[in-house]
Ligand binder design. Sequence first.
Ligand SMILES: *Cc1c(COP(=O)(O)O)cnc(C)c1O
Length: 231
Amino acid sequence: MSTIAEALAHVRDRIARAAIACSRNPEDIKLIAVSKTKPETAVREAYKAGQRAFGENYAQELAQKADHLTDLADIEWHYIGHLQSNKAKYVARAAHVLHALDSPSLVRELGKRLAQKDENGNMRGPLPVLIEVNVGAEPQKHGVSPANLGPLLEAVDHEPTLKLRGLMTMPPQDLENARRAFEALVSLRNLHGGQTRLPELSMGMSEDLEIAIACGATMVRVGSAIFGARE
Ligand SMILES: *Cc1c(COP(=O)(O)O)cnc(C)c1O
C-alpha cells in the first residue's frame, strides 16, 4: 500500500509522461483528485502533498466537505457527477466548477440559485461549467446527446450566472472505446466553436488518462489511482 502522497506523485508522473509523449505541456493538464466517498482526512493528506483541485459527485457530500475544510484556503471543489435539480443549491453554494451540466432545466435552476446572495450578502461570480455529453447517445448514460448539445450551449451562453468553459464525458470501460469517445468529444468541440468557445475538455480517469491526454484532455478526473479503491 502506498500513501496518498506517493500515489499522487505517481499520477502526476503519468500525466507528465503522457503529455510529453504527445508534445504537450504537462502544466496544461489539470489533475482533479476525485475524493468522493473518501474521508476528509484523505483530502487533507492530498492537500498537504500539494493537490488543490478535488472532485465530488454527491452534492451533499461536496457541500459538507467544503464546509468542514474551509481552513484549506485555496482548495477548489469540482462537482463532477450527475446533478438533480433539487440538489442544485448545494452545488451553487459550494462548487467552484461544475463538470456535468446536461439539461436546460438545470441551467434554469442553477441560474435561480446563483442569483441569490450568500449569507454575507455577497453575490458570487459566474460559475464555470462544462457540459456532459453522452457521445454515443447510450440510453443508460447521463449527459446531453450530441444532437441536443447546440441548444444547451446556447442556453448556458444566455445565463449570466454561468460561464461556459468546455465539455466533459464519461468514457466506456474498455480502452479502445474510451479512445473513440474522447475523439468524438473533440470533434463535437470543433463543431461547436472550437477551443475559443470551449477551452476545457474534462475526460480521462484512473485507467485511461494517458489516452485522454493524447486526445487533448485539459482536465483528468482521477480517483482510485490516488485514494485507492472505493467500497
Ligand atoms: C468516480 C469518478 C471518476 C474517477 O474514477 P476513477 O476510476 O476512480 O479514477 C471520474 N469521473 C467521474 C464523473 C466519477 O464519478
